[in-house]
Structure formats: C-alpha cells, structure tokens
Ligand binder design. Structure first.
Ligand code: ADP
Ligand code: MG
Length: 370
C-alpha cells in the first residue's frame, strides 16, 4: 500500500489575493467569515495579500515565487483574475508561469469565472467556491490575446463594445446597487436604442446556431481533460510562448478567411465564459477550451419590443435563438470603432477606445475546477 499513500497529495498551499474594493466592498468579510475558516479546516496553508490599488494583483503575479504555491486564488471579481493572468504572461518565465492554476472565490460585482465554473447558484456562493478551490484540479482554459495599438495583452473571459461595455464600465457610480446595476442600466440603454458604429471583422468557425447548440450538447457529454494530463501537449503547442505572445506587435494579423462588415451595432461581445453577471448568460455556448471565441452581435435594427424580449432571453441564454440576434463561434475578431470616444471593456476592465483584435489560444492557462 506504500505507493498509494505516496501518491496522496498533501493539502494545498495558496497565494490568496483579496480585493477589498471589489463589488460592494464585502470581499474582506467574505474571506474572513467564510473562505478562510474552510481553507484552514481543510488543512490548507496560504500567504495573503489585500490588494491596495489597480494593477497590484498584476505586480504580485509578475514577482510571485510560483514554485512555492499550488495555486493563486482571487477573492474578488474578474478584474483581479485578469490582472493575475496578465502578470503571469508578462514574466520572462511565462512558459512555466502560465501553468500556475488560478482559483476564483466570488467577491466582486462581476464574478463570471466563478459562475461559469460552478453554475450561477453555486458560483455565487463563497462557501461552494472555496470548496471548489480546496478540492479542485487544474483545468486548461483558452486565453485570448488582445492586440491594440502596438501592444498586446490577454483577456480570459469577455471583450465588449457598445451597450454591454457601457453597462459594465459606465455604471461605477451605481456600485452601491451591487449586481443589479447591470440589469437596471441595460434596460435603460436598450430602450434608448443607442447604437455604435464600427468595422467588425471576424474569422468564422461556425455561424449556424442550431449546429452550435448541437456541438455544445455533445461537448457537455465528454469528460474534462485535466491540465496535468495535457501539459506535454501544451508545451508542444506553445514552444516559445514568450516570443509568440509576450512581445510587442505593431499590426493586426492578416490572413485569409476574414469576413469584414461595416455597420452600426447595439453591442458586440466576445466571450470565453457564458455568464457576464448574475442573471445574464450572454454567451451561453461558450466552452472553456474549444479554441473559439463566442461572438454575440445585437444589430442596430432590433426594435424596443424585440429588444426587451431579447433582454429577458439573456436570463436563460434563449436570446441566441431570436431572429434578430447573431451568435457565432469565431477564431478571431476585430472591432474598429468609428466614434472618437466610448467604452471598451476587457474582463470588466477599462481599455482604450481604439481598434482591437482578439484571438483565441487553446488551453493557455488553467483554473481550479471540480
Ligand atoms: P468588480 O467585480 O467589483 O469589478 P474586481 O475584483 O473585478 O471587482 O476589481 C475591480 C478593480 O479594482 C480592478 O481593476 C482592480 O485592479 C481594482 N482594485 C484592486 N484593489 C483595489 C483597491 N484596494 N482599491 C481600488 N481598486 C482596487
Ligand atoms: Mg470587474
């Protein structure tokens, strides 16, 4: 039996990041009252940092002694996860650092990663998410590179333009409302029928919503392939991760297969996770590692009545079947805004209002999942 016991893993050692500013400012309490006691009871150990400013989590991830930890766990919204990933990817040793698993415990107003790992009910629950972190295994998830200006950074879940970005970023003054701020402002903006012009380009993989639905159901039947089973494959696919993704790039990738259109849109949303916030499953067919971005487009001519039907559909994901809504799997997409100012949101974080190109890269990071 000796070999069996040798294989039993010791309890995990975590780097914990708590964002005391996220959401309605409850993350510290949630950590102290719910997450920390569970982690201690499970025999896990940790080093803890309260983030004190924007980019603090990124600075920590850049300098972290990654060999010391089994995972970095964010008690926050998605913004801190976004920073951790970008910190890991900017390291000289990104080829190793990108494998450090990331855990999510919901403590912000946008907790899409936690929802998407556990479902909305469990994912909103700090106790369940903490158990997921304690028990979880590393699951590879795709990462999107975002090229903008002459730089490049990474987005792990959501790239939005138009209404959804306005709702995400233009409602900071409504933080006191908690997650309700997203719904309240989305309904208001939809009724105002505002649109935003851009050139939209994309490399389609699947544009037929019926087939996307079928493929989603098939994918749900296949078991997860964990990161510890695929790391060799990851290495083979990304032999020079630093060269390929860490450097500066001065132009968008040009290749065949781009579809280009010019129009006014209510919103254009690329996503790797189904949920955008509580009660909003904007990109319901999103898969963690299918190598695709799910692109949701609300064209300009959805009327007020259809718009409200679509909004109600977003609660369950049914809106993708609405005749006025476009939903497709793409390998990459590009948005070039026509206006001179507005909002672009990457994982809920402010991004300059300039053209950007998003590309999916398969299994580039891993998250703790059960
Ligand atoms: P939310 O879901 O409420 O947006 P996030 O965890 O996504 O919460 O964080 C939102 C932003 O807060 C991120 O840009 C993050 O860098 C920033 N931040 C982290 N710590 C602090 C702090 N102590 N004060 C102000 N902002 C912070
Ligand atoms: Mg956020």
């Amino acid at each position: 039996l000796g070999h069996v016991y040798k294989d039993v893993k010791r309890s995990k050692h975590f780097k914990i990041l708590v964002n005391p500013f996220g959401g309605q400012g409850h993350a510290k309490k949630l950590w102290e009252h719910i997450a920390e006691p569970l982690i201690k009871a499970a025999g896990c150990t940790y080093d803890l940092t309260y983030t004190t400013h924007r980019y603090h989590a990124k600075e920590i991830a850049k300098d972290l002694n990654i060999r010391q930890y089994d995972a970095v766990v964010c008690v926050s919204g998605d913004g801190v996860v976004h920073e951790v990933i970008n910190g890991l990817m900017e390291r000289q040793d990104a080829i190793i650092a990108h494998k450090l698993p990331i855990g999510a415990i919901p403590g912000g107003s946008g907790n899409a990663l936690s929802f998407s790992l556990l479902g909305e009910d469990h994912g909103a629950h700090v106790g369940n998410a903490t158990l997921g972190v304690i028990k979880g295994r590393a699951m590879p998830v795709d990462l999107c590179s975002v090229t903008q200006g002459n730089g490049r950074f990474f987005s792990f879940e959501l790239q939005s333009f138009g209404l959804i970005a306005d709702v995400d970023l233009g409602t900071e003054h409504m933080r006191w409302m908690g997650e309700a701020r997203f719904t309240v402002s989305a309904v208001g903006k939809l009724l105002s029928q505002a649109t935003t012009g851009c050139e939209l380009a994309y490399i389609p993989v699947e544009t037929n919503i019926k087939r996307i639905h079928e493929q989603y159901n098939e994918a749900r039947q296949t078991p997860v392939v964990w990161a510890d089973q695929t790391h060799d494959e990851l290495d083979a696919n990304h032999p020079s991760i630093v060269d390929k993704f860490g450097g500066v790039t001065d132009s968008f990738r040009q290749e065949d297969g781009w579809v280009v259109e010019n129009d006014e849109y209510i919103t254009v949303v690329g996503a790797k996770t189904p949920w955008i916030s509580k009660g909003s499953i904007t990109n319901p067919a999103a898969q963690p590692n299918d190598g695709c971005i799910d692109l949701l487009v609300f064209p300009k001519d959805i009327g007020r009545v259809a718009g409200l039907a679509v909004m109600i559909g977003v609660e369950t994901g049914e809106h993708v079947f609405h005749k006025d809504v476009r939903y497709m799997k793409v390998k990459a997409f590009r948005v070039s805004p026509k206006a001179s100012s507005g909002f672009i949101s990457m994982d809920g974080e402010h991004t300059p209002y300039q053209p950007y190109q998003v590309e999916a890269h398969r299994g580039l990071v891993s998250v703790l999942s059960i």
